[in-house]
Write a protein that binds this ligand. Sequence first.
Ligand code: SF4
Length: 328
Amino acid sequence: MNQPLLSVEDLHVRFRTPLGDVHAIRGISFSIERGQIMGLVGETGCGKSMTGRSILRLVPQPGEITRGRILFEGRDLMPLSEDEMHKIRGERIAMIYQDPAAALNPVFSIGQQIFMVMEQHQANSDVDTRQRVIQLLEDVGLPEPMTLYNAYPHELSGGMQQRAMIAMALSSDPSLLIADEPTTALDVTIQAQILDLLITLQRSRGISILLITHNLGIVAETCQRVVVLYAGRIAEQGDVGDIFHRPHHPYTKGLLAALPNPGSRGNALNVIPGRVPSGLDLPPGCTFAPRCEYVMDHCSQHQPGLFTVSPSHEAACFLHEEVGGKKP
Ligand code: SF4
């Protein structure tokens, strides 16, 4: 059997603060296959972005990875030196963010910025590198790439800036792209175009994508597999069909019910009552219990592990304990 491109095993991230330890990630494990787009979903504060940053070992201070393994292309990234990680970040795993304007350097043209990244990783002539940059700008759907080469970030729309960021991310030909809310700052039409671009790149280049989003609708359109995070743990994971047609965790059901429904225009959206607990003050037992309409006595005292629903589908909820499978 082929090895996954990325396996995250029992990842824990903690922040030491004057108020106490914040347990941002509490033992999550998942894999991404080669050429797969996987969605990482949850509300703000569930640990999605921190998971993406952990894969690159870029957890901000005072945070630290306290346990776990990150296996990428068969190599554990945790023991690597900072120099080795710098090479992995530059060449094998790329990341794009919600705000491309903040990530682009305002004083260099788009072409120059991609040229400089490419130059660091490849020993081509300047003419060849410039040609490759123009080709990349074309590959990400930017019009008139030869003209855009000399354009500055402020001359581009938000959607074009995000395409330029994607071109820069692809310039070292990575095998994994981590896209952290890449369309959240864009209007709906442009969002759809950027998602289409990600799908095209996955198909044409065989790249794997970890798509971090709070929006399950985006996952439905883009991903093959989904991990639903809640308060730093996995609530449910499965193939897109499992999550959308056979959701087993009340949190996943709540997120699905909160999606806008074209047939109910004008009606108020469903919302999950309450809010994600702070990592400083997690409730005992199941952390979703204070918001769960199915809560049982047992739930407030014990933390559910992931129960196997089917070979491709797991849910961390005592409602499914009788199905059997992995215990906590
Ligand atoms: Fe709700 Fe209990 Fe399941 Fe937690 S374990 S999601 S509280 S039913």
